[in-house]
Design a protein around this ligand. Structure first.
Ligand code: M6R
Length: 626
């Protein structure tokens, strides 16, 4: 996901573009750039990092004068977040500049063709193919060049284009990526969402897929995909600037919870072809796998809990021993890791200091490392031998939600891939599970839709310290559910493997003690039910979470949250969603600062550097220095 913006009018464009990009920064924030038409040429300024760096570089836009231009804030998908990969991209003849939000799926073949034609590429991005196509198809008529270019693109795009031959005009075209035109007085705009527009105008035109538009300071003309002009209605935005940034949701956390069906789909789609799971540009050869004696999964916080859940999937499907280790422990544990260990390192940010140190420790001992990471070009992505990106898009709320479910999704894909490679799964079961995985986005949506009663349940159960219990995959969900509750509502919440209760903790159960029982694992249903009976007998009030159709649970628990029926091995990706919402509504009722909980930050690496020291056991280790 990236953000694009454009302005044409009588005043300076750069300050408008920079302001718009700041409002779109939630869509991507690893690099940014602007292109402004000035003195007969297109001046491009771009930087890796935040918009603040672009402001600095352009002296708040003063160094890029001109009254028409385009801007971009990037969330890297193709190529690391570097200055060169940042948008806008320029054509070789300097006539066109382009910003793009979306993914061009056939960019590799287009790139090969354009290189054969003699075009020179400056970046690794899919977007750069677009600007060279424009140059290739341009014969003095921009509309035709844009239409011919669009006809060659497969995938999703919202494009903003400027051309030196028409200095005050902006051109836009969209397919499966958002694009909105802002209608001003003697000035006009475009942007990926209204956030970037509402401080200038509340009059907007929503472009449809396949439509192309030309904007000048005093006119907006829209054309359909056949080139015929269409009359578009002008709508009035009623959102405040604040609300618009969150797409109408009160908090980023809620927005990100709701984005999970789309995020999980984005993690699945590029990796399943003709019913088979493929990894991203790498294969684990039979030879490499033959030498693997165990898998270690290491991570912190929620990413660690994703690993706990992934362990069950990998062990169940692949019959390979899996150890899940907290990175903050593993790094100091003198771990039993060698060249026969395959290490999965999980991190949303890719910058968590303990996770980086654990990764280095494992690599130093000869292990092969696969990173499961959201942020492209992050430290963990760079240090890993191979990377599986989670494609969750930017996650702004400190409490992870879509970051977690996309980590689970990638772990499920990996488990299926490995099971097939090792010959541990028969063809029918493999095909059925791949199919089941493809249904996950729809089932997550159903889970959200089914659970409209959660605000009421949150106020009933989240007024006291809580226990979360479960077995096996349900235990991993209980761990994550309790963490969500703690970090945003500040309520005391503990999770226990349900069978462990009777070994001590049950002493704490008294009249009205809330217990959240995760009970989605069909095979262990009766076992967890007996734990529910035990705590109920001591006065607990029980909110159970189970699969639709489980009648037994209805008779035992005080309240039940249901998820759609799903293969147990994938159930965590559904079961965690109502617990995220439960925590969200509990925090909301308590008036907590949901997106920025106290004492927490998005990742724990800022200002830390690592250096190699000798440990007491004489092994080389990395130490994090403040
Ligand atoms: O960026 P990472 O996935 O490496 O972060 C790991 C943890 O810090 C993170 O999951 C943390 O526990 C979240 N706040 C949980 O919501």
């Amino acid at each position: 996901m990236c953000g694009i913006v454009g302005f044409t009018g009588a005043r300076a464009a750069a300050p408008v573009l920079l302001g718009g990009l700041e409002r779109l920064e939630y869509r991507g924030y690893d690099s940014a750039g602007i292109a402004v038409f000035h003195d007969g040429a297109i001046q491009v300024e771009k930087v890796s990092g935040r918009i603040a760096r672009l402001r600095e570089k352009t002296e708040d836009g003063a160094l890029t004068p001109g009254s028409a231009g385009i801007g971009h804030t990037r969330w890297a998908t193709h190529g690391a977040p570097t200055d060169l990969n940042a948008h806008p991209h320029l054509s070789n003849d300097g006539r066109f500049a382009v910003v793009h939000n979306g993914i061009i799926e056939n960019y590799l073949e287009l790139r090969k063709e354009l290189i054969r034609d003699g075009y020179v590429f400056q970046s690794e991005t899919d977007t750069e193919t677009i600007v060279h196509l424009l140059e290739k198809y341009y014969d003095g008529d921009i509309k035709t060049a844009v239409m011919k270019t669009a006809a060659r693109l497969e995938g999703s795009y919202a494009l903003g284009i400027v051309c030196t031959d028409t200095p005050d005009a902006l051109y836009v075209v969209r397919e499966a990526s958002p694009l909105i035109l802002g209608v001003g007085v003697e000035e006009n705009y475009f942007a990926s969402d209204v956030t970037a527009l509402v401080s200038h105008t509340k009059n907007v035109i929503y472009l449809d897929d396949g439509e192309f538009a030309k904007l000048t300071p005093d006119s907006i003309k829209v054309f359909d995909c056949t080139g015929c002009e269409v009359k578009k209605p002008v709508s009035r935005v009623t959102w405040s600037v604040e609300a618009a940034e969150k797409g109408g949701y009160e908090h980023f956390m809620l927005k990100e919870i709701m984005e999970q069906p789309a995020a999980v789909k984005a993690a699945l789609t590029p990796r399943i072809h003709d019913g088979r799971v493929q990894l991203d540009g790498f294969e684990l050869s039979a030879e490499e796998l033959g030498g693997v004696s165990k898998i270690i999964i290491t991570a912190c916080g929620s990413a660690y809990y994703a690993g706990c859940s992934g362990r069950y999937a990998i062990e169940h499907l692949c019959r390979v021993p899996v150890q899940v280790e907290l990175a903050s422990e593993l790094r100091y544990a003198d771990p039993m890791v060698d060249e026969h260990t395959l290490v999965l390192v999980i991190s949303q940010s890719g910058e968590t200091a303990d996770t980086i140190a654990a990764l280095r420790e494992c690599k130093a001992r000869g292990a092969k490392v696969i990173g499961i990471v959201n942020v492209v070009g992050s430290t963990i992505a760079k240090l890993s031998d191979h990377v599986l990106y989670t494609f969750a898009g930017p996650e702004i709320a400190v409490a992870t939600t879509k970051g977690f479910t996309t980590q689970l999704t990638v772990l499920y894909l990996f488990a299926l891939y490995l099971a097939e490679k090792l010959g541990r799964i028969d063809a029918d079961s493999y095909a059925a599970l791949v199919k089941e995985l493809q249904h996950l986005p729809r089932r997550i949506q159903q889970t959200i839709d089914m659970n409209w009663q959660l605000p009421k349940l949150a106020s009933r159960y989240a007024s006291h310290s809580l226990f979360f219990i479960g077995r096996n995959t349900d235990y991993a969900v209980a761990l994550e559910g309790a963490l969500k509750m703690k970090e945003i509502s500040y309520l005391h919440a503990e999770s226990y493997a349900a069978g462990e209760l009777k070994h001590g903790t049950i002493a704490l159960i008294e009249e009205n003690q809330p217990v959240i029982a995760v009970c989605c694992n069909e095979a262990l249903m009766d076992k967890t039910l007996s734990n529910i009976v035990e705590v109920k007998a001591r006065g607990a009030k029980v909110l159970a979470l189970s699969c639709k159709g489980n009648k037994k649970i209805v008779s035992q628990a005080d309240d039940v949250i249901f998820i759609p029926r799903v293969e147990t091995v994938f159930s965590a990706a559904l079961a965690v969603v109502p617990l995220q919402l439960l925590a969200y509504y509990a925090a909301k009722e308590k008036g907590c600062d949901i997106d920025k909980p106290k004492n927490l930050a998005k990742f724990c690496a800022k200002g830390h550097k690592t250096r190699l020291i000798r440990s007491p056991t004489r092994l080389w280790r990395y130490k994090t220095l403040s």
